[in-house]
Design a protein around this ligand. Structure first.
Ligand code: UD1
Ligand code: MG
Length: 420
């Protein structure tokens, strides 16, 4: 297969069915915008050119795109055919295969698209659709086939009667075209439908009537091509993506006790032999070393970076915090904007008071320190090596190495055990 590929990504829609002021493609799936997954897929296909069609809140959506992607703005959302037509204006000198991807289809895998492209190119087809069988399709275009079982047109659900709706084979929306066939067909698309839109899917019927070669490749797992149109579908897709992420960790040697209640954001790292207990949220980009024990009920937020053998137990929240090897925080604590050394023991209920109402401050706890239960560390503050705080201490001043501080506000004990 000789690939000469351009990709068009359609992402102009508001996503009416999301009932949200955020553009649909910027809603998050496992802590990452839908569009980011489609962009990853696109770059993995190594196209000669990529054009994104943006519309609703395009200034914000544009921030997700890399510089190599050309952008066209669709001012009026006249439909998917109109969007593709606009995108073609950026592909003037290009000859080859045009693949259309929808920005709301984040679960699609590279292997599936490769299969589609291979079939399309090897058989010199004018338009090849990725189709799928669904038990109860809802909102999808239905695939019509002629008496020889060739694909003859697509009918959108809004324009379908009850008999049409019984067709279980659907258009996933992913279509590849020979560029000139696409261009010619687009000229003939008319908005003769209930939505009064120019449908890209009408090009299929047009090409068929002209005797062009239209064909389909069936997807094995139709869920992969799921389009996200509502929060319901977003939640369904989220659990599929979450399982994919969790599976990757499990196959690399991480124990996830309950995959259903473990939420790990995209791009996190977890070392071998670490155990993640139920009801744990690990946000995007968090790093966890080897042999760590996390949860149950832990919330590791952005910027958390754990060395090996760290234990963060029940009801621990961490954010922008680096923790050294063999450090323990086993019971209900908030550790934010902090840097903890190795072998530190954080007593139950310890809190870093990092925010003074206007800005955030850092807490530093050096190696082998022991923080007593219910200690409040009022940042900026530093606890020295081998130092200790008493239960309930409110630490407002730095504690040097090998000292004990107790009380409210905490005072350093002298050698006889008195406040000094
Ligand atoms: C579309 C297909 C349908 C298919 C389904 C699969 C059409 C007409 N219908 O329906 O056959 O089964 O996807 O998920 O193509 N967009 C624009 N400009 C527009 C309109 C849409 O850029 O003027 C973008 C949207 O932002 C979205 C994508 O195109 O990313 C698809 O639009 P959407 O409204 O979600 O189409 P569906 O109704 O899902
Ligand atoms: Mg859709």
């Amino acid at each position: 297969m000789k690939k000469n590929l351009a990709v068009i990504i359609l992402a102009a829609g508001k996503g009416e069915r999301m009932k949200s002021s955020t553009p649909k493609v910027l809603h998050n799936l496992c802590a990452r915008p839908l569009l980011a997954y489609v962009l990853d897929l696109t770059s993995s296909l190594k196209p000669k050119k990529t054009v994104a069609v943006l519309g609703y809140k395009h200034e914000v959506v544009r921030k997700e795109l890399t510089k190599d992607i050309s952008v066209v703005i669709q001012k009026k959302l006249l439909g998917t055919a109109d969007a593709v037509k606009l995108a073609l204006s950026k592909l003037k000198g290009f000859k080859g295969t045009v693949l259309v991807l929808y920005g709301d289809t984040p679960l699609l895998r590279k292997e599936t698209v490769d299969k589609l492209l291979k079939y399309h190119i090897d058989n010199s087809v004018d338009a090849t659709l990725l189709t799928g069988k669904m038990n109860k399709p809802k909102g999808y275009g239905r695939i019509f086939r002629d008496k020889y079982f060739n694909i003859s047109r697509i009918i959108e659900e809004k324009d379908a009667d009850d008999f049409d709706k019984d067709i279980l084979e659907v258009n996933t929306g992913i279509i590849c075209f020979k560029k000139d066939s696409l261009e010619k067909a687009l000229k003939k698309v008319r908005p003769n439908n209930r939505k009064k839109e120019y449908y890209l899917t009408d090009t299929i019927g047009i090409l068929y009537k002209e005797g062009k070669l239209v064909d389909g490749v069936k997807i094995d797992d139709v869920k992969e091509a799921m389009g996200i149109n509502s929060h319901l579908e977003l939640a369904m897709a989220n659990s599929i993506m979450q399982l994919r992420i969790n599976e990757k960790f499990m196959l690399s040697g991480v124990t996830i006790v309950d995959t259903a209640s473990t939420f790990i954001g995209y791009g996190s790292k977890i070392g071998q032999d670490s155990v993640i207990y139920p009801f744990t949220v690990i946000e995007r980009g968090v790093k966890i070393g080897k042999h760590c024990s996390i949860g149950p009920f832990a919330h590791l937020r952005k910027g958390t970076d754990l060395a090996d053998n760290v234990t963060l137990g029940n009801f621990i929240e961490t954010t922008r915090t680096k923790i050294g090897a063999n450090t323990f925080a086993k019971h209900f604590s908030y550790i934010g904007d902090a840097r903890l050394g190795a072998r530190v023991n954080i007593g139950a209920g310890t809190v870093t008071a990092n925010f003074d109402g206007s800005s955030k401050h850092n807490t530093i706890i050096k190696d082998d320190a022991m923080i007593g239960s219910d200690t409040v560390l009022v940042a900026p503050v530093r606890v020295g090596r081998h130092s200790k705080t008493g239960a309930g201490a409110v630490v407002i001043k730095d504690i040097p190495d090998k000292k004990v501080a107790v009380g409210v506000p905490a005072k350093i004990l002298n050698k006889r055990g008195r406040n000094g």
